[in-house]
Every structure is written in structure tokens, then in C-alpha cells.
Design a binder for this molecule. Structure first.
Ligand SMILES: CC(C)(COP(=O)(O)OP(=O)(O)OC[C@H]1O[C@@H](n2cnc3c(N)ncnc32)[C@H](O)[C@@H]1OP(=O)(O)O)[C@@H](O)C(=O)NCCC(=O)NCCS
Length: 186
């Protein structure tokens, strides 16, 4: 996605080469990256991520507006079929629990449906990752599937996965109700 999306507290913009240090600072933590395929990022992996070198994936930087600090990154990119995209979120542990992921994701859903003309946006997570599926539910996404033992943590551990989705008709039918609508596409 080109361009930027702004919310009351956050600026979402394309990642830049200089962002690798900020991304590495939180994404090198195994706890934060426990449910992310591949786990904690090395310095080289953080550089590759901000350079957009991950095949089939694009990420946005999430910046806290007052201080200009990068606090997370969000996958937001096409997913296998026309007008179907995937959204995700990884935030610095220090910024968890303040509603930032929900605020940023709501702005991207709005941008996806209202500016990019998307039809369906999906997200996946492990059942154990309650914070992540709570964000999905607060966004008005619906749990459509529960895949059994499809996420490999290590040679001995397979976790289940939820798939959530929201359709353009869900987005446009929802009033000002449960879906936060603070994001303004630029
Ligand atoms: C998932 C993640 C992005 C959420 O970010 P966040 O900014 O804290 O999210 P929000 O504050 O918008 O919402 C989190 C919600 O989960 C709830 N929550 C968090 N941990 C919870 C738990 N253990 N049990 C129940 N609810 C929990 C919060 O209370 C909040 O819900 P509420 O607003 O109804 O109170 C963040 O935890 C993260 O970066 N995790 C590590 C990376 C990751 O796992 N990404 C997702 C991969 S699928």
C-alpha cells in the first residue's frame, strides 16, 4: 500500500530502510514474536523486512504521532485472490494494552474498503493469542475457521489457528457501532 493513513494517535506509513533498528528492538524479543511464523527477528531479518524483501508480504510502520516513535508494524497486503487482503499486527511490548492495534487496524480496514475497494480482509492467529483475536473481534471480524494443529512452533509443538474475516458489506452495513472508525485515509 502506498501513501499514509492517520488516526487520532497514530501515523501508518510505508516502512523505510532506517526503521530496521526500531523494528529489531522489539521484534528480536522471542516473547513478542512467539506467535509470528519464524519467531524473533535477527538484525538481517529486520533489515530485510523493512526493505520489503519478504516474498508476498508488505508491512506498514505504526508511528506514535506526538513523539514520532515507531511502535509496531502491520502486514497489509493481497492474499491469494483479487480484492482479498490479509491484515496483521506486531507491536512493541511496551505499547500493548492501550488500544493501538485496534485503532491502527480499524483505520486500515477503512482504507481497504473505502479507498482501495477491497471485498474481504482476513486475519489469522492462534487461540492462545487472546490479545490478537480480541482485536479481530473488536474490529467486527468474524471467526470463520478453526484449523487444527497447523502452526509449527517447534519439532514437538503444533498449535491450532483461527481465521477471521470481514466483508465489504459488513463494513458498510455497520453503523457507528462496534467498529471504531477514527482512521482517515489520506
Ligand atoms: C496482539 C497485539 C498486536 C495487540 O496489541 P494491543 O495494542 O495491545 O491491542 P489492543 O489494546 O487494541 O487490544 C487488545 C485487547 O486484548 C485484550 N487482552 C490482551 N491480553 C488478554 C488476555 N490475556 N486475556 C484477555 N484479554 C486480553 C485487551 O484487554 C484488549 O481488549 P479490550 O480493549 O476489550 O480490553 C499485541 O499484543 C502484540 O503485538 N502481540 C505480539 C505480536 C503478536 O502476537 N501479533 C499477532 C500475531 S497473530
Amino acid at each position: 500500500m502506498d501513501g499514509t493513513v492517520e488516526t487520532d494517535r497514530l501515523l501508518l506509513r510505508p516502512l523505510a530502510p532506517d526503521d530496521w533498528r526500531a523494528v529489531h528492538a522489539y521484534a528480536s524479543d522471542p516473547g513478542t514474536m512467539r506467535y509470528i511464523p519464524g519467531g524473533a527477528l535477527s538484525e538481517a531479518q529486520a533489515r530485510a523486512l523493512v526493505a520489503g524483501e519478504e516474498a508476498d508480504e508488505a508491512h506498514l510502520a505504526v508511528v506514535l504521532k506526538p513523539e514520532g516513535r515507531l511502535i509496531g508494524h502491520m502486514p497489509f497486503h493481497p492474499w491469494y485472490a483479487p480484492r482479498i487482503w490479509e491484515i496483521g499486527w506486531v507491536f512493541d511490548l511496551r505499547s500493548h494494552g492501550r488500544g493501538y492495534a485496534t485503532e491502527a487496524a480499524a483505520a486500515l480496514l477503512r482504507h481497504g474498503f473505502e479507498a482501495l475497494g477491497l471485498h474481504r480482509i482476513i486475519a489469522t492467529c492462534q487461540p492462545e493469542n487472546i490479545a490478537s483475536w480480541r482485536v479481530m473481534e473488536k474490529l467486527g471480524m468474524r471467526r470463520e475457521a478453526h484449523f487444527r494443529k497447523c502452526f509449527e512452533v517447534d519439532a514437538a509443538t503444533w498449535l491450532d489457528e483461527y481465521l477471521y474475516a470481514i466483508l465489504e458489506e459488513d463494513w458498510f452495513a455497520a453503523g457507528p457501532g462496534p467498529i471504531p472508525r477514527s482512521g482517515q485515509p489520506c
